[in-house]
Design a protein around this ligand. Structure first.
Ligand code: ZN
Length: 154
């Protein structure tokens, strides 16, 4: 699934567990595999697959990074560690992709890559699932951010 969706989901988890950063990390990690198990956007093998995939991945990565910065800026200070840990857990499994692209290194062991690859169900017709997951996670995150910013410290 798009890393943007993992970022927003991890942020929502961190906001839901504002004083439990380790739990937020663990739940974020679990959310990654739950989201990846939903049929999502991808491209069939073909001559243009890598170029097209890379163009989408670059944009997705930039949107995801921008959202990390924006969410951490807007999140109340007392929630930031949990939010950062939730996001870190949610995106960790996909860090092999930028590491492979920029450093030509395989980040995770083969058993993990087999598991991670095995739960994917990708096809371009599932773009609607990506958009729906992003909208749901985005709305939940906005609601939790709104609630967290309204709560006054005692
Ligand atoms: Zn993944």
């Amino acid at each position: 699934m798009f890393v943007t969706n993992h970022v927003v989901s991890g942020a929502a988890i961190g906001l839901a567990l504002p004083r439990q950063p380790l739990s937020a990390f663990t739940a974020g990690l679990a959310s990654h595999f739950a989201l990846d198990a939903i049929p999502h956007w991808g491209l069939e093998l073909g001559p243009d697959r890598e170029g097209h995939y890379l163009r989408v991945a670059k944009r997705d990565g930039l949107v995801g990074l921008t959202l990390v910065a924006a969410i951490l800026l807007v999140a109340p200070r007392k929630t930031r560690l949990s939010v950062a840990m939730g996001i870190a857990g949610a995106v960790l499994a996909d860090m092999d992709k930028p590491v492979m692209h920029f450093f030509h290194r395989v980040l995770y062991p083969r058993w993990f890559n087999r598991f991670h690859g095995g739960i994917q169900s990708e096809n371009r017709v599932y773009l609607r699932n990506e958009i729906a997951a992003g909208l749901v996670a985005g709305l939940v995150t906005l609601g939790l951010l709104w609630r967290a910013r309204r709560v006054r410290p005692n």
